[in-house]
Design a protein. Sequence first.
Length: 589
Amino acid sequence: GYRTIGPNSWSLEYKINNQAWYVNYSVDSTGKYTFEFVDPAGAKRTEIYTRRGVSTGVSAASYTGGMMATESIVSIFGAGMASATRSATVTPLPTDLGGTVVRLIDSAGASLPVPLFFVSPTQINCQIPPGASPGKATLTIGLNGALAGFGDVTIDTTAPGLFTADASGQGYPAATIYRYRGSSLVGTEPVTHFDTATSKVVASPIDFGSESDTLFLVLFGTGIRYRSGLNTVTATIGGTDAQVLYAGAQGSFVGLDQVNLRLPSSLRGRSGDVDVTLMVNGKTANTVKVNLKGGSTIPAVTWSMLKLPDTGQTGHYGTIFGEDSDYLINVPALRNNGDGSLTDNITGLQWQQGDGGEMTWDGARSYCDSLVLAGRDDWRLPRMHESFSILNHNVVNPATDASFSKTGAEYWWTAEPRADDATRAWATNSGGGAGPHPKSETVSAGGTKKFQARCVRDATPGLSLTEIFRDNLNGTVTDARTSLTWQQAEVADKAWDEAIRYCEDLVLAGASDWRLPNIREMVSLVDSSRVRPSINTTAFPNAPLALFWSSTTLVNQTTRSWTVDYTLGISSYNTKTDKLRLRCVRGGS
């Protein structure tokens, strides 16, 4: 006659001489048991007991109780749990710290020793043991061989909690901002600091900085590592979806997990505190806040190329004026230095004349970093735009100027990984295109294609800019790197000759010298730090994931023209009768 009658409440019925007697009992979170004895006549007697040494377990990050995750960091609160305050000084963590021992009896009945970070009479910090079975479990605390406390917990695969800077489980997170400019890490910045005047942890406002800066928020927590997949981890910052790039073990500290979020560029104009929410496998972590700085202190932006070269295309393949070869702005000009290097008189970059041969992506970076050539040791693997700047779209296989040595390369590695997939890196190819490729495609990594390394160095300081894109507030945007002015809104699908005619006839912002951009100009808009779309969406709002025409013909298949797909930024080619998007351009220097 045993049954449940309510939350944490039960009843036991038993009979003597066919007369029913009852014991009703319940227990609350403080460990108080209430027993009610009922005789056959209905008379009741109540007794109350409080169990000795009850302890409460919570997430050490969020201080949320009840649910714990395997390998997560937890705090246990109680009394008389240690004879003195002690901290672990070694890893693996000890399971006996000054005579205090904690064991977890999991749902499968296994008794597991618990690794200990810290013990004191009133608090223990520890880790849920690896291998603990999900379900109801009990923690027992022993001190010098005697029972000092116990408490009930529930074990699950995930129970996300985020650490906060003031160790309260609320407010500002224990977190860091990583600032990238292109593919280069500019620096790291805290999101909080200690204010000596108030003796409190206060926010360090996040400055979005230059348009070319991409910011990542790195959060630290626990109970996250066993998420079922990265797609089951979602986050918002200020109510805006934030891309989750990593969620898993931090790797250096026991039980500590890390979550990497890309700060949405749409928050650039906001200021003040905004909420950061994280959900893992359908469970929500404690909400934390970051502070955004209104406006931006724009630092200088360095751009390595002085000017954007023309494509080198000289042939005429259309029936109307406006194709690539009809506009000459910066005709390619390479100077042979006679020492195994070439200087690009347009961009100011100095290039290795040959290349280092076939190698892995990691090998290519190391090769260029250690290269000594032409009396210089400051060579590096080029960025995507730099490598694309030496392609010659008047020839193919290889699509490079004759000044460069022919090395049999099919692809040339660049220094930039794909923004959303670190297993892929950007490369230019001997046919004249560019795109992110699996690092495993090259022969040295077990693939079948020849990816090689051609190094570059900065022979000039390049350009120092305070901004890249300027919205002219008249339907146009000017790129300070190239001095090109762009039509801000894209134009609906047209065939290639229709696209040329449209731009030649366009009158916009008081100007009539618009044209269809060449492939080098189209690629200059590709932002390799972004995907879907791979273009600056502050300068070009609502930019579509679509193919766009260039004015450059594929010289060995003249019924096709070069295009850019701004989903990932890949440059390829399409048949000229296809209907694609376009964006007109003017100017340049």
